[in-house]
Design a protein around this ligand. Structure first.
Ligand SMILES: *[C@@H]1O[C@H](CO)[C@@H](O)[C@H](O)[C@H]1NC(C)=O
Length: 301
């Protein structure tokens, strides 16, 4: 420990002396003030001061944490590609999960600009919209206007006329899938916010769970909001028939997908195909929160 600590101090003094002599050599002022030295980085200083912080990794040309495999994908923000969303006005979208990966749903980010307006999903497709940034207004079939702020959401049943509008920049995450009809079952429009949803029992687990949609039979998917304190992790190493789309809203940790262990942080998206082994542990100093699509209430046959 002693030698480990003392080396950089000696090294710093050596650098201070070197810089003093250099400065004296080039100017005759005769002062060697500390601030001017601290502003000067020695040659090759990056080699001995490496950092793995995400902002530095984004500066590394050609580097991405994104991964696309047969049964899972990790899509990190530096890989997002936005383009105009079909049928929307003044809105850019990035599809992060789509059926071409093997999913039966889409998950995408929509960046609404000033004076923007949503389009409708295709027929028989249901939609869940969750506000990540800004404020949007929802006009529904009853022509009642609802104001949706960050952390609030709306579920729109298939074929329901509606539109989201925004006067200022706003970002949404949206899930859509073709509704799996059941005889005599229909879903209803739902508007809510995460903090108004009750905490649910999670037997054998420590994370906090909220569900954004009713658990009743008509609903063929749900969105879970899961909170982990740093150091908490999933007890169950889940392998199941359901598929997932995940957006990490806060925090950082390690996500296990099959035999891969990924460092992840807020802003990352994960696609999990049916039966991919999955597990999460929260790290860092702040809580992890993620939003998770899960198909439910339907026979997989
Ligand atoms: C659907 O409703 C009709 C009319 O009430 C009824 O005859 C039928 O048994 C119901 N189907 C199912 C699967 O419950």
């Amino acid at each position: 420990m002693q030698s480990f600590c003392s080396f950089p101090v000696q090294s710093l003094f050596f650098q201070l002396f070197t810089l003093c002599f250099l400065k004296l050599g080039f100017s005759q002022e005769g002062f060697c003030s500390a601030p001017s030295i601290l502003n000067t980085q020695p040659l090759y200083w990056k080699v001995t001061n490496p950092t793995l912080s995400p902002s530095h990794l984004q500066d590394l040309p050609g580097f991405t944490r994104s991964v696309y495999k047969r049964d899972h994908a990790l899509i990190t923000p530096e890989s997002h590609v936005f383009s105009p969303l079909p049928d929307w006005i003044n809105t850019l979208g990035a599809y992060l999960i789509s059926p071409s990966m093997g999913s039966h749903f889409v998950m995408y980010l929509a960046k609404m600009q000033e004076n923007s307006k949503s389009g409708l999903p295709p027929s028989d497709v249901e939609r869940l919209v969750f506000v990540l940034h800004g404020v949007v207004t929802l006009d529904d079939a009853s022509s009642i206007t609802h104001k949706l702020e960050v952390d609030s959401y709306a579920y729109l049943p298939p074929n329901s006329k509606h539109s989201f509008k925004s006067d200022a920049p706003a970002t949404l995450v949206i899930f859509e899938r073709r509704y799996a009809y059941l005889e005599n079952c229909t879903t209803e429009q739902i508007i809510g916010s995460t903090d108004k949803q009750p905490l649910l029992e999670t037997p054998g687990e420590v994370f906090e769970l909220r569900k954004l949609l009713p658990t009743s039979l008509p609903y063929d998917f749900n969105i879970h909001i899961m909170d982990f304190q740093p150091g908490e992790f999933l007890n169950v190493k889940e392998v199941h028939y359901n598929q997932h789309g995940l957006l990490l809203l806060e925090g950082q940790g390690i996500y296990r997908l099959g035999d891969n262990w990924y460092p992840v942080q807020a802003g990352d998206t994960i696609w999990m195909a049916p039966f991919v082994p999955q597990w999460y542990a929260a790290l860092g100093k702040t809580k992890s929160r993620y939003l998770l699509y899960k198909d439910v209430n339907r026979n997989p046959l």
